[in-house]
Design a protein around this ligand. Sequence first.
Ligand code: SAM
Length: 320
Amino acid sequence: MDNIISWSAEDEAIIGTNTDATECKRSAVELGYWKDDYISYFVKHVDRKAPEINRGYYARVRGMEMFIHQFIERCGTKCQIINLGCGYDTLYWRLKETTQAVGNFIELDFPAVTSKKCHIIKRNKQLLEKICNEDGEVVIREGDLHSDGYHLAGCDLRCLGEVRRKLAAAGAGEGPAAPPTLLLAECVLVYLRPDAADALLRRLAAQFPRCALLVYEQCNLGDKFGEVMVRNLSARGCALAGGGGGSPAEQAARLRGLGFEAARCWDMTAVWRALPDDDRLRVEALEMLDERELLHQLHSHYALAVATRSAVFADMDLNA
Ligand SMILES: C[S@@+](CC[C@H](N)C(=O)[O-])C[C@H]1O[C@@H](n2cnc3c(N)ncnc32)[C@H](O)[C@@H]1O
């Protein structure tokens, strides 16, 4: 039987974090940190964010991309990506412009988010044309959008039965028949209670024997700076309920305990240092950064983890 979770005011606040993430990404894109021709469809106007926020988002997006490319390099494009708590992420469209567009791309979030994303896609030809199959067919069923190779479905990630149904409807497959699968959890799991996040990851690790998981979220929340981060979010009605928030080593150990054979985790200072020199230099020249210490604090309170099942992905690494 599915676990029933009641809707709360906190869920509303958690949904609001998608607006924040999209606005921050657009701010950085407008300043030239990275190229994204699609984000402006999802958020219309943003005030310029502080340089350390823009740089933090750059490290987040580039760090995720680095591992996404490694995954696709190892298994080819006959694979799938499942974007958990996708928000208004534009990765699907950005990959479509490259040789790395994958066979199946599935996005899950609360129905309140996916229905708005669906509406925005339908209204904008530039988004819609990239999800149409050869017949141009896009099916909207029960508020979810399905096309040949792109699926956007509303569900609560705490309800495993619902997640399972939505993944089945999106053709995700199961067991050895499932294609190599990349699971993305960018700033999502931390909003789920630890038992719910663990149950979700355990279930997904069991369903996809050839998978890798990328998790980006807060870490080291036990120190003074971490406490302030937690207080700020909670003042907006948004508690960090997740089991994350520990040190990178603790986060990796947690993932290994959930059915992944290998897991590694780095704080964003390490990820930043691992970016190619010319990338870092280009970005550092975009804006003056007065608050170096603040950027350092931010980088040391966010982490990127990669957990894998299958030897094919075992060598995915920061410096691979
Ligand atoms: C901070 S946003 C991140 C969005 C996107 N991953 C990104 O990085 O741009 C967190 C997202 O997780 C989603 N989320 C959090 N808890 C969820 C749950 N229980 N079920 C479905 N989605 C959830 C929110 O609705 C929101 O879109």
